[in-house]
Design a protein around this ligand. Sequence first.
Ligand SMILES: *Cc1c(COP(=O)(O)O)cnc(C)c1O
Ligand code: SF4
Length: 434
Amino acid sequence: MTEKYRAYTLRNFREMPQAQYLSDEQIFDIEVVGQVFPFKTNNYVVDNLIEWDNIPHDPMFVLTFPQKGMLKKSHYDEMAGVIRAGSDPSVIIETADRIRWQLNPHPAGQIEHNIPEYCGEKLEGMQHKYQETVLFFPNRGQTCHAFCTFCFRWPQFVGIEELKFAMKEVEPLIGYIREHQEVTDLLYTGGDPMVMRTKNIEEYIRPVLDADIHHLKSIRIGTKALSYWPDRFVNDFDSDDLLFLFRDIVRSGRHLSIMAHFNHPNELITPEVREAIKRIKGTGAEIRTQTPLLRHINDDPRDLAEMWREQVALGCVPYYLFVVRDTGAQHYFGVPLVRAWEIYRDAYKNVSGLARTVRGPSMSAGPGKVQVLGVEEIYGSKVMVLDMLQGRDPNWVKRPFFAKYDEDAMWLEELKPAFGAEKFFFEEEFFSVR
Ligand SMILES: *Cc1c(COP(=O)(O)O)cnc(C)c1O
Ligand code: SF4
């Protein structure tokens, strides 16, 4: 494919050839919900990934087009009323903002607590939550080739959250890592850093290689481009330069892992994505994959198993299965923790050990990445068994702990300690370091 990237947004989605498959009612729903949540897709997604005779249930359609159910009824009715009344754009924006603020745009206040400092300055474009890994948010990588409907970063894309997570310069990052011997991993994230031109990406990566920091062993790049714009690695004008950069990272003696976001097996079947994966692997980089468990998209264990199997076939390593965060349209995409564990297990038991590298279901909560290990009955008490894959304090990692069985709970804050305990073991320290 050598077609040019073309974005479709609320402004022009009616012009895509596939708009003929949308009823007037569906178009109106997209307009209503798209006022509140970010909406952007592109020609690759609508031409190759969505099966248009399968809408509205097609998983890639649900993943990229605003869905009526993403707004609770009262919010939907409010916004629909304003639009039907032919209100001023300013009224529509006001209404959208009012609704957004009721959708928990700042879950768990995580942002403020993990910003590192260097030379007395807060490094706003970085996050250092877990001992060994620093996250870096390059300034120009704060958008994506298309937006996922479930995205927990939705507030930043609609502009109600300022982009404090963005850094223009790479020097403070290098200084910080140099000073912190415990940091072995650097993860470039966004948005999607792969929306940048190669020459911009290089400005963020080459100086890090040149700094020759021996304790920095791994570089990871988080991206959804393999799914939403695989040409980034194949036919874009600077694709080859990007692959040279990957090769140079590997040649520096470091591990390069592309952390690829795939949500459904249908994203893996086009010739474009297969070619992109092959080219990336050819540089010596590994590809690890992650997804949240999403109702209406991938909550069927057969789909998850097929996706992980196919990833292994293509040389990718399944890595994380996440739980949908407590923000935005969680009520639409979220799966309760107990059910999430059942689905994970049903999928996991049907794949070979090579795909059982996938860990989850895991909540990226304040204290750490909390994994649901399962449900068990212990001396007459039904409990949920949990542990941490990552902890704000490394001593919390891999310590099993117990919560009262709660079939409906979707997030850590909704769980209560089991066996009459007042708190989970980490709570005291967590609230004191916060
Ligand atoms: C998941 C995550 C990491 C990386 O953890 P690994 O276990 O090394 O994959 C780093 N920082 C944050 C904030 C994370 O959520
Ligand atoms: S690609 Fe990632 S950051 Fe971008 S919208 Fe999707 S989930 Fe959000």
